[in-house]
Design a protein around this ligand. Structure first.
Ligand code: ADP
Ligand code: GLC
Length: 497
């Protein structure tokens, strides 16, 4: 099949969260299975043009009321995708200075959500169709990811099917229902749809525009990134006001658990670690990585206390208020009452960063790095004993899977992909791969961390077995990629019906 991925993010070019990992890893896996997969994304300011190939001729993109915009298209091949007979996976970058020639994917410190995002992502989505025309390559499936690419299936359904894309089906993947792309309807004309489509496309949401809703209403098939999340989002509690729309499309909605790119996340060959290790050399390997992490974070080098790690966007979705908020968050109590250490890597909301700085100044056993650091994220996964991820909701979550593969036991809330990937500890049999709680509160995070620390001190035999079991979990992409291929087939079948 010919598949075009449309996304605002893809590793190694632009990443704000797991979306970027997922898009590249899925594309690569489908490519390896023999499909003709290509990715299109913006050429952000931070993506170095000199490492890319410029395609001949500028490309005109109709951007609704903004008229035709002139763009350049750059291309490269996704690392690790070269086949023996040549032919790596092409990644195309749409270069439009006015839209993408600035720092930031969706926003910047000065403007958290760029006011012209409707126009920026209209350039991406309209540009995706122009790109296909330019290449003379018409995909069987356009696979759009999250609200920023949601316009693509809408344009396909209402405009492009009559303009050469009659055989193309669309699949829209929800990575996070919490981000919907809500803007004043004054921006509607830049999307390239007539006003007659304002309601029919699903864009209308309380007299504003909602990109995600339009994608949900218009795509031929919908997917999300875990089976539990697929069920949860059809309920009022997790549906972010979209539960009704999602229930109406439940027959077209598939929950497919993300995999892990084990070329990148593999403790046996991870060059960022002080020492690589396998399930057989786990005890010694983890001890060494723990010491290296303590050194790097400025924590006392002490093997006798458990080390709790966190790598997270500092945003409400991740349960950070329950951990770090002043007065009620549980981190202070945990660090001052229990013999443990805390290592945090995170970037995000200002209040949370400030609180983390406060905790650091008060607690010798709490250390944080505020910012984005890929190497450190691997070192925390390897050097911690436990990985805390108390998400309020979690569509899939990649970090808990990385933790498991690194023999670091996750402490998680039983929700979304966390519920699908972690098995709760059974203190009678020693079974399980992590520690879980249901109701999110500072007290339940506190209690569950204490439960894990208790097992660490009193049942080292259980912990050792759990770690081994965790490292043996299978999170390869091949199963998930095959399921996506099935969804593509199902979407294509709808076209011919
Ligand atoms: P989400 O996409 O909701 O943030 P995921 O668990 O799916 O959650 O993916 C998060 C990804 O981003 C992981 O690859 C994680 O290692 C990475 N990450 C998050 N915060 C940081 C940070 N501050 N530094 C480095 N990597 C980070
Ligand atoms: C989103 C979700 C996360 C998921 C990731 C990749 O960022 O918050 O749970 O793992 O997308 O699908």
């Amino acid at each position: 099949m010919k598949i075009l991925m449309v996304s605002a993010e893809a590793v190694p070019y632009a990443k704000t969260g797991g979306l970027a990992d997922m898009v590249s890893a899925l594309a690569l896996s489908l490519h390896r299975a023999g499909h003709d997969v290509r990715i299109v994304m913006p050429r952000y300011y931070a993506i170095d043009r000199s490492a890319l190939r410029l395609l001949p001729e500028p490309m005109g993109v109709p951007v609704g009321s903004l008229g035709e915009q002139w763009t350049a298209v750059y291309a490269t091949e996704l690392p690790g995708s070269a086949r023996a007979n040549g032919g790596g996976l092409p990644v195309y970058f749409i270069d439009h200075e006015q839209s993408f020639g600035r720092e930031g994917v969706y926003g910047s410190p000065a403007e958290s959500d760029f006011h012209d995002n409707p126009a920026r992502f209209s350039v991406l989505c309209n540009g995706a169709f122009q790109l296909c025309r330019k290449l003379g390559w018409f995909p069987d499936v356009i696979h759009a990811h999250d609200w920023s690419a949601a316009l693509a299936p809408v344009l396909l359904k209402f405009v492009e099917r009559r303009q050469g894309f009659g055989g193309t089906a669309s699949v829209f993947t929800i990575h996070n229902l919490g981000y919907q792309g809500n803007y004043s309807k004054d921006y509607f004309p830049v999307l390239g749809l007539g006003w007659e489509h304002f309601f029919a496309s699903g864009f209308e949401d309380w007299d504003r525009i909602n990109f995600l809703k339009a994608g949900l209403c218009s795509a031929d098939a919908l997917t999300t990134v875990s089976p539990t999340y697929a069920a949860e989002i059809q309920s009022g509690e997790h549906g972010f006001r979209m539960d009704g729309v999602l229930r109406s499309r439940s027959g077209d909605l598939y929950g497919i658990l993300n995999g892990v790119d084990t070329e990148i996340w593999n403790p046996a060959k991870d060059k960022r670690l002080a020492r690589t290790y396998t399930a057989r050399t786990l005890a010694a390997g983890k001890a060494l990585n723990k010491r290296a992490l303590q050194q790097r974070m400025g924590l006392p080098e002490d093997a006798s206390v458990p080390l709790i790690g966190m790598v997270t966007r500092l945003t409400d979705q991740k349960g950070v208020a329950e951990v770090f908020a002043p007065t009620f968050g549980c981190a202070y109590r945990l660090c001052s009452q229990i013999a443990l250490q805390f290592a945090v890597l995170g970037a995000g909301e200002r209040w949370c960063q400030d609180e983390i700085r406060q905790l650091e100044s008060k607690l010798p056993n709490f250390r944080a790095y505020l910012g984005y650091d890929d190497g450190l994220s691997h070192q925390i996964e390897a050097g911690s004993d436990f990985f805390l991820m108390p998400s309020r909701y979690e569509p899939c979550g990649l970090n808990q899977m990385y933790s498991l593969l690194y023999g670091t036991l996750p402490i998680v809330r039983r929700t979304g992909g966390l519920a699908d990937t972690v098995q709760n500890y059974d203190d009678k049999t020693g079974g399980g791969t992590g520690f879980m709680f249901d109701y999110l509160s500072p007290q339940s995070v506190f209690d569950t961390v204490c439960w894990a620390v208790y097992a660490w001190s009193h049942r080292p035999d259980h912990i050792a077995h759990m770690r081994k079991r965790a490292m043996q979990q299978e999170f390869g992409w091949s199963v998930a990629a095959a399921r996506y291929a099935d969804v593509y087939e199902a979407a294509l079948k709808k076209l011919t019906r």
